[in-house]
Design a protein around this ligand. Structure first.
Ligand SMILES: [Fe+2]
Length: 394
């Protein structure tokens, strides 16, 4: 979780009256409506918001669409290279998500939306998972009950479950996302925090690199609004009475925020340091790491690409954002590599010798390592290079 944030009007204490301004149109019971949000129970992080209208007034509920995952047929254990750069644009930032890899704790999607929002609903809410949207390309505003939040290229946008939101892109034709949907909340790694809860000096980022909503949105509109809610593998369309972004103020630790990959301060050494130095987020079941542009190892004899590696405890996935990735050949921006647990992977032939002449790398990549094995979907298999497992032969 990021740090404590407060926007707008809140009463002096929890659960005391916050009277309504007599000038606004809907007086209701003369009070604002307090709304507590938790994602891991009442003894963990929470936020408290104050609405003009109760957030519970639903007038219609319809099952809208089944979005069950389509696993690929059983295949041998092998490495995969998925080429996703040319995925056809389709849907909006919610229905346009194409699931590629999944297990019980996460689903990895690619999304290249064609439209900003379908007509059938006004907002989206993931009811059971947190969404981490990595903005490969694009920029705009995220609007939610917590206010307006600017996003830009190379941002991770972390959206806690339950957030009623919509993305308002500057230019829909540029929007392109990697989306990691997580069954568990997204945290700053515990080892980056000191006992007082602040991010330690020496961590690869500080509180100043995390950005929450900057401007409260208080829509006083009693009309009907449709929310597309995802739970498990179905979409429900809920019609509610009153604009869901009618919050006059809130405070707490749960809110959508951004962290830009270019604000990750790489930690380097005289010789190769292992992948945990790149860790960005900690989540039950998987980690997210950022391979940011950086100086390479500077011992005069340093081997500047990793070792061959047996990862028997995690499936390792890299999404290549831009630049030339030092230890790989045949990889392009938009590629994924999946190196599953149980078989070794390592630098491609020739990359070790090539690395000796390099002082820096401009590569940018997002890595996620999962404890449970990942399954490919049929859509992922359609992007797969079947010759990749043999690419270490040279
Ligand atoms: Fe590895």
């Amino acid at each position: 979780m990021p740090h404590y944030l407060k926007l707008g009007l809140t009463p002096a204490k929890h659960h005391i009256r916050l009277p309504r301004d007599k000038t606004v149109s809907h007086q209701g019971e003369g009070l604002h409506y307090e709304h507590v949000v938790t994602t891991e129970g009442f003894d963990r992080a929470y936020s408290i918001a104050y609405h003009l209208r109760p957030p519970t007034r639903t007038k219609q509920v319809d099952l809208w669409r089944d979005v069950s995952l389509q696993p690929a047929a059983p295949a041998p254990l092998r490495h995969h290279h998925l080429k996703s750069a040319d995925l056809a644009r389709a849907g909006d930032p919610y229905t346009g998500r194409v699931p590629l890899l999944f297990n019980d704790t996460m689903v990895c999607h690619r999304c290249r939306p064609a439209t900003a929002m379908a007509r059938e609903y006004d907002f989206y809410r993931n009811g059971q998972s947190d969404d981490v949207i990595f903005v490969w390309s694009g920029g705009g505003w995220l609007e939610s009950q917590y206010g307006r939040l600017r996003y830009r290229q190379d941002d991770y946008i972390v959206i806690p479950r339950g957030t009623i939101h919509r993305l308002v892109p500057d230019d829909i034709t540029k929007e392109d996302y990697l989306i990691l949907e997580s069954a568990h909340p997204v945290r700053i790694p515990a080892r980056y925090l000191h006992p007082e809860g602040q991010i330690r000096m020496g961590a690869p980022y500080s509180e100043r690199d995390f950005h929450g909503p900057t401007e409260i949105l208080t829509h006083d509109d009693g009309g009907d609004f449709a929310i597309l809610t995802k739970s498990r593998h179905r979409y429900t369309r809920n019609v509610v009475v009153g604009h869901p972004h009618d919050v006059v103020g809130w405070d707490g630790y749960i809110y959508p925020f951004t962290f830009n990959a270019n604000d990750f301060e790489p930690i380097t050494g005289t010789v190769h340091l292992p992948p945990p130095i790149h860790q960005t987020f900690e989540i039950n079941g998987f980690v997210i790491c950022t391979f940011a542009p950086r100086h390479l190892d500077h011992h005069p004899e340093a081997v500047k690409v990793p070792w061959a590696h047996d990862n028997t405890e995690a499936d390792e996935v890299l999404f290549y954002v831009r630049g030339e990735f030092g230890s790989r050949k045949g990889i392009a921006p938009g590629s994924f590599t999946l190196h599953p647990q149980g078989i070794p992977h390592g630098p491609h032939p020739g990359t070790t010798l090539r690395s000796f002449g390099l002082d820096r790398t401009e590569e940018l990549a997002v890595m996620f390592d999962t404890q449970q094995p990942l399954q490919l979907t049929t859509a992922a298999l359609a992007m797969d290079d079947p010759n990749y497992p043999l690419s270490w032969l040279g």
